[in-house]
Design a protein around this ligand. Sequence first.
Ligand code: SAM
Ligand code: SF4
Length: 321
Amino acid sequence: MIDRFNRKIEYLRVSLTDRCNLRCQYCMPESGVAKMKHEDILTLEEILRVIELLAELGISKVRLTGGEPLLRRGIVNLIRDIKSIAGIKQVMLTTNGVLLDKMADDLINAGLDGVNLSLDTLDKNIFKKITRRDSFENVFNGLQKVISGGLEVKVNCVPILGVNEGDILKIAALAKDNFIKVRFIELMPIGCAVDFAGVKTTKIKSQIEAVYGNLISVEKYNSLQGPAQYFSLPNFKGQIGFIDALEHKFCNSCNRIRLTAAGFLKLCLNSNDGLDVKKLLRSSISNENLIEELQKTIYYKPREHHFNENFDAEKMYQIGG
Ligand code: SAM
Ligand code: SF4
């Protein structure tokens, strides 16, 4: 569907849980997050009902995220069910990869189209420092498995001053030998991240160019590609991408909405505007009326984010990145 600023809204991100098996310092407190009551999170059936209705409104790509989405019981069947909804072209997953090694085969068989794997370092010790968990090997094995399984793979790295700056070149090199995209994402000033400083994209680009040669811009081929600007490099099989939402707002072409684990339809990462879908789902509302509510809400998606003025957003593990 088209919103009031003429943007085509076709991409839904669904957070399946706030819980996580890592404790990345810039995302989650060491103690973790208070467990939500079972009845407070959307059931898989409720999630499916919302996606079916949103697909009627033109949503064609769904990304499952969290917290850590692979912790949600039933995710494999959920993927299979979402894939069978008319109009849904792609089902993707954003994961920290800890459980990927174990689950990759089932996920692939269920029809998963692609994985965004968050990996900020290739150094086991720095991994442990950032995530407060000793799971580097699991994640790395999971990465190998989804690459060899033929999924569309993107590695997402958030470079942080004084933490993993020294890893940028090694992470970038994952796209040298593999047909994958490696994306560097600017740290957003949300929650625990306010205690850290991200590395500027210009600095990352010059580090990469000094060693691997000139970054060559790659034409974006459709709006489902997302906000990253992609580049190729001499002798690289894959591509390097950059997402710097603060320096380069991509709000004019934003095509996404988010459904939180608690069942709130969020219209922008940095805004509380949206709809309490859970409340409606648990009333006796008909599909016809629910679609109408969804449509009215999405039409009023905010024009742009205001991260530069307003740092008081929700936590990233609630929104799902
Ligand atoms: N647990 C999964 C994972 O790590 O991929 C999914 C949820 S996690 C919140 C999604 C992405 O958000 C991760 O790539 C993570 O690095 C990123 N992220 C978390 N906090 C962030 C922040 N303050 N700024 C930018 N990215 C952030
Ligand atoms: Fe968990 Fe992902 Fe947040 Fe790390 S970034 S703590 S893996 S939700």
